[in-house]
Design a protein around this ligand. Structure first.
Ligand code: SAM
Length: 206
């Protein structure tokens, strides 16, 4: 898995482009997200750099060393600083602090880690803080089978449903939870009408 991502990110070109994900950008604007933000599986840093440019204090992680290099290169180009760690989430020191928000943008993790990581991320969010998610839905699989330009995992268990998100984030008030077809245009790997789950949750008071 790590080798596949490192190979993809070795290219000069940014696999998902350098613009932030559109839903993430909208969520920042609509809910005026600020302060600390955690970005799991952040790849080449397009969302991290955007959040930092918006004045947020960004912590990101991924398994790809090559992703980190590209993210830091983009951050330098845009004159911002991000804290980007590589490794197993549970081994990283970034789990020792809390965050005002987290955004999981196409953060499709291995099945064995998915719920465990979601629940830990939920724990790290402060009361009244936010979680923003955009990821491919289980119904995306038949679309990506027909059109490989859409991208996304081929293992249905790595894909999301409204129920799986609700189950993993019970301590969040649901501000938005929908399954929707969107026309993605993100670099070389996410292109065309795709089925996604979108979630914005606000952490309830303890
Ligand atoms: C589709 S990319 C999305 C990257 C980024 N969030 C974006 O939207 O541009 C999925 C990312 O998940 C990362 N990933 C896969 N397994 C992971 C794991 N166990 N821990 C952290 N990141 C992982 C990959 O390295 C890859 O960067």
């Amino acid at each position: 898995m790590k080798e596949m991502w490192d190979a993809r990110y070795l290219n000069e070109e940014y696999a998902y482009g350098i613009k932030p994900n559109a839903f993430f950008k909208e969520a920042i604007e609509k809910y005026k997200l600020n302060g600390t933000i955690l970005l799991p599986a952040e790849g080449e840093g397009r969302n991290a750099v955007y959040a930092a440019k918006m004045g947020m204090k960004v912590t990101a992680f991924d398994i790809s060393e090559e992703g980190k290099k590209k993210a830091l290169k983009l951050a330098e180009k845009e004159n911002v600083t991000i804290n980007y760690k590589v490794g197993d989430f549970f081994d990283l020191d970034i789990i020792k602090q809390t965050y005002k928000s987290a955004a999981l943008i196409f953060a499709h993790l291995p099945v064995s880690l998915l719920s465990k990581y979601h629940q830990k991320i939920a724990d790290l969010i402060e009361p009244n803080g936010f979680i923003v998610i955009e990821g491919f839905s289980k119904n995306h699989l038949k679309l990506s089978d027909e059109n490989p330009s859409l991208g996304g995992p081929k293992n249905i268990e790595m894909l999301f449903s409204k129920e799986s998100i609700q189950k993993d984030f019970p301590d969040f008030e649901i501000l938005l939870l929908q399954e929707i077809n969107v026309n993605l245009s993100e670099g070389k790997y996410h292109n065309g009408v795709s089925s996604v789950i979108r979630f914005i949750g606000k952490k309830k008071e303890a």
